[in-house]
Design a protein around this ligand. Structure first.
Ligand SMILES: Nc1ncnc2c1ncn2[C@@H]1O[C@H](COP(=O)(O)OP(=O)(O)OP(=O)(O)O)[C@@H](O)[C@H]1O
Length: 418
C-alpha cells in the first residue's frame, strides 16, 4: 500500500523586494488582497513581480516520503534557507502549496525559537509546549536532550550567554528529540565543533533508520553524503537538478569546476629545459580500468613525460574534497624511482579505497628526493583532476565512519616506474 508523502511541495514561489520600504508597502497590500480577494480589482496576483521585487524561490516542487532524506544544495543566495523557512512556516509563500503530515523539528536560524532570557533547560519545556506537548510528555525526554547537548551545568544558564556553538547544541538537541516526523536542519550545525557535528550526523543516521525524514541544507559534502539519499540543486531560487545526493553534489561541483577551468587555463604541457618533467594524467581506476568504487581495490596512476632520464624521483598524490576546501588524505612515495626519457607511468595500489561515493579532487606532485625540489605538479596552480567514486552497497556503511572523521589514512602499495 502506498503511503502519502510526509512532505509535498507544489510549485512554490516566494518573492522579495530589494527595497525595505516597498516590501512593507507590498506587505500591507498583500494582506488587504488576502482579506478581500475580489475587492482589489487591479491588484496583481502572487505570480507577478512588482517594482524592485525578485524571485527568492520559483516553481519549486518535490515530495519526501517517510524515512527519506533530502539535501538542498546551492550557492550562497540560491534560496536554500528561504525554502526551509517556508517549509517551517516561518515565511508565507506567494505561490504554491506545502503539505506536511506530522510534526516538524527545525534547526534553521541560530537562536530562532529559543528565548534568550530563559535557561537552556527552561527552553526545552517552552519549545515542547509550542509543539503541543504536555509537561508529562516532555519530562522523560529532558535528560536525554540535556545529555545530547553536552552543556553540563551551562544548561541552567540563560541562553543569551551561550556561544554560537552552545546555542547550536541546544537547538539541535531540542529539535531532534521532541519526536519530530520531519527534521529540517540548516547548516547552523556547522558552528558546532567537530565532535558535535559527528554526534549530529550519527543521530541523523539513526533517526532515519527509525523512519524519520530529514531535509538538510549544507555546504559540507561529507555531511550530505553521510545523511542524505537524495539531493535538490537550487540556482537563483529554481530547481536546477534533482537526483541522488551523490549525483546532485557531483552536478554542483562539476558546474563550479567548469567555471574554474574556464578561468584558469591548464599550464603549458610542453616539455622544455625549464620544464624537464610534465604530468600528463592522474587517474584512480580498478586494475581493469573501470571506475573506482567505494571500498574497492584501485590503482592511482600518474603518467608523466620526462625530457631526460632522472634519478632519485619521488611522487605524491592528494585527495581533496570536491569543493577543494579540505585535503582528505595524501600519500607520498619516498623510495627513489628513476624516470626514463619519454613517457613514464607511476602506479600506487590502494587495496581498499576508503572514500564514500561522490566527487573528489586529485592533485599530485613529482619531486626530487633529498632536495624536495618539485619537478612537476598537477592541480595546484592549474585545475585539479576530478575523481568520481561510485557507490558500493556492501562497503558504503563501513566507510562512512572514516569519511565523517574527514582525515583518512591510506593503505598503499607503490609500484615502480614503468
Ligand atoms: N527577508 C528578505 N528580504 C529580501 N531578500 C531576501 C530576504 N530573505 C532572503 N532574501 C534573498 O533571497 C535570496 C535567497 O536567500 P537565502 O538566504 O534563501 O539563500 P541561501 O541559499 O540560504 O544562501 P546561503 O548559502 O548564503 O545561506 C537572496 O538573494 C537573499 O538576499
Amino acid at each position: 500500500m502506498q503511503t502519502a508523502p510526509i512532505l509535498s511541495v507544489d510549485q512554490l514561489a516566494k518573492k522579495f523586494s530589494t527595497s525595505f520600504r516597498r516590501s512593507l508597502w507590498y506587505g500591507v497590500k498583500d494582506i488587504a488582497r488576502d482579506l478581500n480577494p475580489s475587492g482589489l480589482r487591479h491588484s496583481q496576483t502572487g505570480n507577478d513581480l512588482r517594482k524592485t521585487e525578485f524571485w527568492g524561490l520559483q516553481d519549486v516542487s518535490f515530495s519526501l516520503n517517510r524515512g527519506e532524506s533530502l539535501a538542498i544544495i546551492g550557492d550562497n543566495g540560491a534560496g536554500k534557507s528561504t525554502l526551509l523557512k517556508v517549509l517551517n512556516g516561518l515565511i508565507k509563500p506567494d505561490v504554491g502549496q506545502v503539505r506536511i503530515q506530522g510534526r516538524v523539528g527545525a534547526l534553521i536560524e541560530l537562536g530562532v525559537g529559543l528565548d534568550p532570557v530563559l535557561s537552556g533547560r527552561e527552553n526545552i519545556f517552552v519549545r515542547a509546549a509550542l509543539l503541543g506537548m504536555s509537561r508529562r510528555q516532555v519530562a522523560p525526554l529532558v535528560d536525554q536532550i540535556i545529555d545530547f547537548t553536552g552543556l553540563g551545568e551551562a544548561i541552567h544558564m540563560p541562553v543569551q550567554f551561550y556561544s554560537s556553538g552552545m546555542t547550536a547544541r541546544l537547538a539541535y538537541a531540542v529539535a531532534a528529540h521532541l519526536n519530530p516526523d520531519l527534521l529540517l536542519v540548516d547548516e547552523v550545525m556547522a558552528v558546532g565543533d567537530l565532535d558535535f557535528q559527528r554526534k549530529c550526523i550519527r543521530h541523523m543516521q539513526q533517526y532515519l533508520a527509525e523512519g524519520g525524514s530529514i531535509i538538510l541544507v549544507s555546504h559540507v559534502p561529507y555531511h550530505i553524503q553521510a545523511v542524505c539519499g537524495r539531493g535538490l540543486l537550487l540556482e537563483k531560487g529554481r530547481v536546477l537538478f534533482a537526483g541522488t545526493a551523490t549525483e546532485t553534489l557531483d552536478r554542483y561541483f562539476t558546474r563550479q569546476h567548469e567555471s574554474v577551468t574556464s578561468l584558469v587555463e591548464r599550464s603549458s604541457t610542453r616539455l622544455g629545459p625549464d620544464r624537464p618533467v610534465v604530468i600528463g594524467s592522474l587517474t584512480v581506476k580498478t586494475a581493469q580500468g573501470t571506475a573506482a568504487k567505494s571500498g574497492g581495490d584501485v590503482c592511482v596512476t600518474l603518467t608523466c613525460e620526462s625530457l631526460t632520464s632522472v634519478d632519485n624521483v619521488g611522487w605524491s598524490f592528494f585527495i581533496w574534497t570536491n569543493d577543494g576546501a579540505t585535503c582528505i588524505t595524501s600519500a607520498i612515495n619516498e623510495v627513489p624511482l628513476t624516470l626514463k626519457a619519454g613517457r613514464n607511468e607511476l602506479v600506487c595500489r590502494l587495496p581498499r579505497l576508503p572514500l564514500m561515493a561522490g566527487g573528489y579532487q586529485l592533485k599530485a606532485a613529482v619531486f626530487e628526493i633529498g632536495s624536495m625540489q618539485v619537478l612537476a605538479h598537477l592541480g595546484w596552480e592549474d585545475a585539479p583532476e576530478r575523481l568520481l567514486v561510485e557507490e558500493d552497497q556492501v562497503s558504503t556503511m563501513k566507510n562512512m565512519q572514516a569519511t565523517v572523521q574527514q582525515l583518512i589514512t591510506l593503505d598503499v602499495e607503490w609500484t615502480f616506474a614503468r
